[in-house]
Ligand binder design. Structure first.
Ligand SMILES: Nc1ncnc2c1ncn2[C@@H]1O[C@H](COP(=O)(O)OP(=O)(O)O)[C@@H](O)[C@H]1O
Ligand SMILES: [Mg+2]
Length: 259
């Protein structure tokens, strides 16, 4: 599936915060959206998810799409997971988000089990979400959206409130979504643990002033983006390198193989 934005603009109280945005999102890919606070990342994600109605043309597989169609195809996960969690238990929270789909009980239970497994929350079905850690809440918010089985997920800074181990976990969950064929649109400042992404979008003052591959991105200099040290290593040694999990021996071995 493909979502295309043609000259899309959005204003809050007469102030334009998205300005003639042109971009295309496909399933099976991860799009990272970067840019400083206030540049329009959240607005873009909400427009793509059909939570805000914008001016301009939005197409789903080349057909004009209204916000309702977008909502069916794109699940939006809020920046603060607590604002999305409504169930008294983990299980119930996922069940709530499935309610509008009108599934039978068996199918519903199956889905809940599957998504909790996928995000690594199995065993916590009966837990009160309030007792979960920040990382677990974030995973629950993703699971609840994932259960709706939309083609795309728009994740709004899912890593921002997490410690490094949780950031790494969620990054792996996100890469897993891609492997399952989902399209992921990810607004984030935390780039450290993401490895398997496809495109980077840079936003500035309501416009997308860069959209391209990681290689192209590295040729640019965006002062508002903190490029992980790892990316500099990738640039030198190739992106397939997995530096952080390698011990010194395999590092050296790989290095020798290169020369
Ligand atoms: N509910 C709102 N009402 C009015 N202005 C808003 C609202 N939400 C965001 N804005 C403004 O829109 C601009 C883009 O915000 P946002 O999309 O949240 O950027 P980002 O996610 O990159 O920080 C900012 O200038 C922000 O102040
Ligand atoms: Mg934001």
């Amino acid at each position: 599936m493909k979502i295309t934005l043609n000259d899309v603009s959005f204003e809050y109280n007469g102030r334009r915060v998205l300005k003639n945005v042109n971009v295309e999102f496909e399933t099976g890919k991860i799009y990272i959206v970067v840019g400083k606070n206030g540049s329009g990342k959240t607005t873009l994600l909400k427009v793509v998810s059909g939570l805000l109605e914008a001016e301009g043309d939005i197409l789903v597989d080349e057909m004009p799409a209204d916000p309702l169609t977008l909502r069916k195809n794109v699940g939006y996960v809020f920046q603060n997971p607590s604002s999305q969690i409504i169930g008294a238990t983990v299980e119930e929270d996922v069940a709530f988000s499935l309610e509008i789909l009108g599934l039978d009980k068996v199918e519903m239970q199956k889905r809940i089990k599957r998504v909790l497994e996928l995000v690594g929350l199995s065993g916590l079905e009966r837990e009160d979400p309030l007792n979960l850690s920040g990382g677990q809440k974030q995973r629950l918010a993703i699971a609840s959206m994932l259960a709706r089985d939309t083609h795309f997920l728009a994740l709004d800074e899912p890593l921002s409130m997490l410690d490094p181990p949780s950031q790494r976990e969620i990054s792996k969950v996100i890469e897993n979504l891609k492997r399952r064929g989902k399209g992921v649109i990810l607004a984030t400042h935390e780039l450290e643990y993401l490895e398997d992404f496809d495109m980077i979008l840079h936003m500035a003052d309501g416009t997308i002033d860069f959209c391209g591959s990681w290689e192209k991105f590295m040729e640019q200099r965006f002062e508002d983006v903190e490029v992980p040290f790892k990316w500099k290593l990738w640039k030198k040694f190739g992106r397939e390198s997995r530096w952080e999990v390698e011990d010194a021996d395999t590092f050296n071995e790989r290095r020798w193989n290169k020369f």
